[in-house]
Design a protein around this ligand. Structure first.
Ligand code: FES
Length: 358
């Protein structure tokens, strides 16, 4: 008998009778180590108090059906409470009472069933251990061969391989079937505008004032203190008659002020900030969630959806997470009255990185 060099356990050849019992299939040249531990088997069965004492059994029985009756009571009470405490519109007190009493009934109903079932299982149902032998889950070669034969027969009887015109036309029909969905998808955007164009531009124009979201109050540069962050939308958004939400979803901006010396603008962006005030798209470049968390000390923006982080000091480049490109920057300046305004639209589409492919 061989011994494993590392473990010292006894090894037996794969063709021994032990291996034949363990594995129905061929083990090839595999070497099977003997099980180092004896199967301890089951501990002797220990009867419960309810198995031996008829009084305790009766008591457990009473407990179980009492719990189930309580559950019925809870259900009936929930229905009664719904009618006894009606929800009146504009009456918050009535809604609360209704929710509370219906909730108590439903809770009682569910707890009664749950506790009753558990108590029944633990104290009255048989507790004897038994072994359920696992069977190999792979089919026998004969079954596999049978399956192949069924498929071959189905092919033969349907003529799928033989009748090539029918087969190919079916494949064509299946390929054509999703096309209406593409047309319907196109219908989501206005017919007189190109969807890609729509997604590539926002409401921001040269001279559009930055306003607070949601009040729409224009923001003066002097109001933005160092370390502060504002949620911003373009002036005029509230007055839009159609598509207000769609425009907001593209144009939302985060405004922050740092010490000017803490900013490292990319070449060509030197005048996109105003005295340390910078504005970046709030729409995450991963899958479009709002990047709503600003960490003042590190100057990092965090997207709560999948934890992408952007470094405001360095052009909002991605420093962590699944986003693949920096947040687009909105070039800003101040007008004659000291209000912050956009110099132009974003210089690239906002939102998920897909649009970077254009
Ligand atoms: S949407 Fe922002 S990290 Fe995924």
């Amino acid at each position: 008998m061989a011994q494993d060099d590392n473990s010292g356990v006894d090894l037996v050849a794969a063709d021994s009778s032990h291996a034949e019992q363990e594995f129905a299939g061929s083990t090839g040249t595999a070497v099977i180590p003997r099980d180092a531990f004896e199967n301890p088997g089951f501990e002797p069965h220990r009867p419960r108090v309810t198995d031996e004492n008829p009084k305790r059994e009766k008591r457990a029985q009473r407990t179980v059906y009492t719990l189930f009756y309580l559950s019925i009571l809870g259900s009936v009470w929930a229905i009664a409470a719904y009618m006894l405490f009606p929800m009146e519109s504009n009456d918050v007190g009535a809604v609360r009472l209704n929710n509370m009493f219906v909730g108590i009934g439903v809770t009682l109903a569910l707890l009664g069933i749950g506790f009753g079932a558990v108590h029944w299982g633990k104290s009255l149902m048989t507790s004897a251990e038994s072994i359920d032998i696992r069977h190999p889950i792979s089919s026998t070669p004969a079954t596999q061969q049978g399956a192949v034969e069924v498929m071959r027969q189905a092919d033969e009887e349907s003529g799928f391989s033989r009748r090539t015109v029918i087969r190919n036309s079916l494949i064509g029909a299946l390929l054509a079937f999703p096309l209406p969905a593409v047309v319907l998808f196109r219908g989501l955007a206005p017919q007189d505008q190109l969807p890609v164009e729509l997604l590539s531009h926002t409401m921001w124009r040269r001279g559009t004032r930055l306003t607070l979201d949601p009040s729409g109050t224009p923001i003066k540069a002097s109001d933005v203190t160092i370390g502060s962050a504002f949620h911003v939308v373009p002036e005029g958004l509230a007055e839009l008659e159609h598509g207000k939400l769609e425009e907001k979803a593209k144009a939302a901006v985060l405004l922050m002020r740092l010490e000017p010396s803490q900013l490292n603008p990319a070449p060509g962006r030197e005048d996109w900030a105003y005295d340390g005030i910078v504005a970046y798209s709030k729409i995450c470049t991963h899958v479009g969630c709002p990047v709503a968390l600003y960490e003042q000390h590190t100057h990092h923006l965090l997207c709560p959806c999948h934890q992408s982080q952007f470094d405001v000091s360095n052009n909002c480049e991605v420093i962590f997470g699944p986003a693949k490109r920096a947040l687009p920057q909105l070039p800003i300046a101040v007008d004659d009255e000291g209000y912050l305004v956009a110099q132009s639209d974003f210089n690239e589409p906002v939102g998920p990185s897909f649009w970077e492919r254009h």
